[in-house]
Design a protein around this ligand. Structure first.
Ligand code: 5GP
Length: 143
């Protein structure tokens, strides 16, 4: 049986503003911010505001909102980093690779010939993440 949603998970704390994040986009139903241990330059996460542990317990409405934000942010990320492609993925439960138990979708800009970095590897420099977030926000603003 799947565990219950824990409102003390780190992304719930980001949503409540209890811990900081390099935010790039927010609307009524979703939030996007930079991954603090990026698997590559521009690694961005999209989460629903409604509590959900993963894909299976989210409402269809919340998933639809997440999908729309993923597309919007993915376009901006691709532009901001002049990427050749994108990798988008989402993990469910420890067996599926999930480490933070609030539904999230990973967006990674990809470059020809460059391998994906390690999942939850090293912490990125805060100034670098701030710069990357500003680049994504600028691309979003440019539409
Ligand atoms: P999962 O393994 O659950 O799919 O991915 C969780 C992701 O959240 C990882 O890529 C990890 O680097 C990222 N992450 C973990 N803690 C934090 C945090 O406090 N802030 C941010 N921005 N990302 C985090």
């Amino acid at each position: 049986m799947t565990a219950a949603y824990d409102p003390q998970n780190i992304f719930a704390k980001i949503l409540r503003g209890e811990i900081p994040a390099h935010r790039v986009y927010e609307d009524a139903h979703t939030l996007a911010f930079m991954d603090v241990m990026p698997q590559g330059e521009g690694h961005t996460l999209v989460i629903p505001k409604a509590p959900a542990r993963g894909l299976l317990d989210a409402s269809p409405e919340s998933l639809a909102a997440v999908a729309a934000t993923v597309q919007r942010v993915a376009r901006a990320v691709k532009t901001a980093f002049a990427a050749d492609g994108l990798t988008v993925f989402q993990y469910n439960e420890p067996a599926g690779g999930q480490t933070v138990f609030h539904l999230h979708v990973h967006i990674l800009p990809r470059f020809d010939g460059v391998a994906l970095g390690r999942h939850t590897g090293g912490m990125a420099d805060g100034a670098v993440l701030a710069d990357h977030a500003a680049r994504v926000r600028a691309a979003l603003d440019a539409g």
